[in-house]
Design a protein around this ligand. Structure first.
Ligand code: ITT
Length: 200
């Protein structure tokens, strides 16, 4: 089971799990509530979500806690990336807020606009055993946002070494694993580590 209520994440996790023959049902589909993310790190929040879901459903649960870390903003929004979009999940507003703050700090040149996505993945078994991994994807923030693919902050994020934002990439380009893709995204990279530990 995938312990998420975020449809964009769920779609990516399903694509990552499918080659391993793992079919994923979401916590939302099982009618599970969302635990409060009270941790002070991506890793702690991923564990909170996975452990709560594994206990509630008595199934192995896979959770991702992720976010965008902007260097010129001292790491914000970081673990609060979902909250910056508010209750109505308005990521245009969240991206606009980041851009306004960058401009207030005079961060116009690309080298002042570096950022990275982080994905912490946790698998929790009903017996309480957990596995945890974390990975990042480095890039630069562009303005205005570009592309309509992906979700969240994707249209603003230009991964290092590429000319298109995550919002302009196909799902295979963003998070496809070899031989299909390059394992570019934070989530794909964390997934590779997790698969080594507990999938075949
Ligand atoms: P769940 O906790 O139910 O999984 P959530 O959206 O609340 O869903 P998080 O607390 O982990 O998840 O928040 C992560 C936010 O960071 C997410 O809502 C996105 O806005 C952003 N984010 C994470 N990965 C991203 C990606 O690959 N592309 C764009 N934005 C991403």
């Amino acid at each position: 089971m995938v312990a998420t209520h975020n449809p964009g994440k769920l779609a990516e996790m399903r694509e990552l799990l499918a080659p391993h023959g793992v079919e994923a049902i979401s916590a939302g589909d099982l009618g599970l509530g969302e635990p409060e993310e009270t941790g002070d790190s991506f890793r702690a929040n991923a564990a909170i979500k996975a452990i709560a879901a594994a206990k509630a459903a008595d199934l192995p649960a896979f959770a991702d806690d992720s976010g965008l870390v902007v260097d010129a903003l001292d790491g914000a929004p970081g673990i609060y990336s979902a909250r910056w979009a508010g209750d109505n999940k308005d990521f245009t507003a969240a991206m606009t807020r980041i851009e306004r703050l960058l401009q207030e700090r005079g961060a116009a040149a690309p080298d002042r606009r570096s950022a990275h996505f982080v994905s912490a993945l946790c698998v929790a078994w009903p017996d309480g055993h957990i596995e945890e991994v974390e990975a990042r994807a480095d890039g630069t923030l562009v303005w205005p946002p570009r592309g309509t693919a992906g979700f969240g902050y994707d249209p603003m994020f230009l991964p290092d070494g590429h000319t298109r934002t995550f919002g302009e990439m196909t799902s295979v380009e963003k998070h496809g694993l070899p031989p299909l893709g390059l394992g570019l995204s934070h989530r794909a990279r964390a997934f590779v580590k997790l698969a080594e530990i507990c999938l075949d």
